[in-house]
Design a binder for this molecule. Structure first.
Ligand code: PAN
Ligand code: ZN
Length: 190
């Protein structure tokens, strides 16, 4: 892609129904791809029996590929619940652990769950239109839709960051975000 491309032109090509931006690559994650992510295993199996729903899509665009360049992902996370847990992304650490990321909320209502890899300390930060969440390096991050509309956001990260899903699969987030009395609450997984 031309590195001088105008972001607003790119967003104008965004199709919220499909989560795609023109011909840019787009990853879709369905319920079956999220096995092991939800704390209530029985609720997960019951939800899957109802159908393999689309949970989120991420269209990525990479204006340039040098080590100092930035990559962007436009995520659209659908609203929904598995038991008392909101629809969420898999979550990851960056392979290059020092790599930070900026999330910009575009529409909908959600939160980011951030977990420091060394201390395992968790934070839940709001992500909604016009809000920005800074994800420092060495921090596992997961996006969660706490509203009833799709949550759209941009993630901007160094081209060389890489996505380490393996570390999360081996040692899951210590905390979960659950719907309690209609509100998102940060709870310990166990
Ligand atoms: C985002 C994420 C996006 C999907 O672009 O990749 O929200 O989440 P998972 O990658 O955990 O499935 C990002 O953080 N990129 O680094
Ligand atoms: Zn990331």
């Amino acid at each position: 892609m031309n590195p001088l491309i105008d972001l607003s032109l790119l967003l104008a090509e965004f199709d919220p129904r499909t989560g795609t931006i023109g011909d840019e690559p787009c990853v879709q994650r369905r319920l079956a791809d999220l096995r092991g992510c939800f704390h209530d295993v029985q609720a997960y199996e019951r939800a899957l029996e109802q159908g393999n729903a689309l949970v989120y899509s991420v269209a990525s665009f990479q204006p340039a590929d040098g080590p100092g360049d930035l990559h962007c992902g436009l995520g659209v996370l659908q609203p929904g619940l598995v038991g008392d847990e909101y629809f969420l992304t898999k979550g990851h650490l960056h392979t290059w652990r020092e790599a930070a990321e900026i999330y910009i909320g575009l529409s909908g209502e959600g939160v980011m769950l951030l977990e420091d890899e060394a201390t395992r300390g968790s934070r839940m930060l709001p992500l909604q239109a016009n809000s920005i969440v800074y994800v420092p390096g060495h921090t596992a991050h997961r996006t969660i839709n706490t509203g009833d509309q799709p949550l759209a956001y941009l993630g901007i990260y160094p081209a060389g960051a890489g996505h380490d899903y393996h570390a999360i699969a081996k040692q899951d987030f210590d905390s979960v975000v659950l719907r309690c009395d209609g509100h998102p609450r940060l709870r310990s997984r166990t």
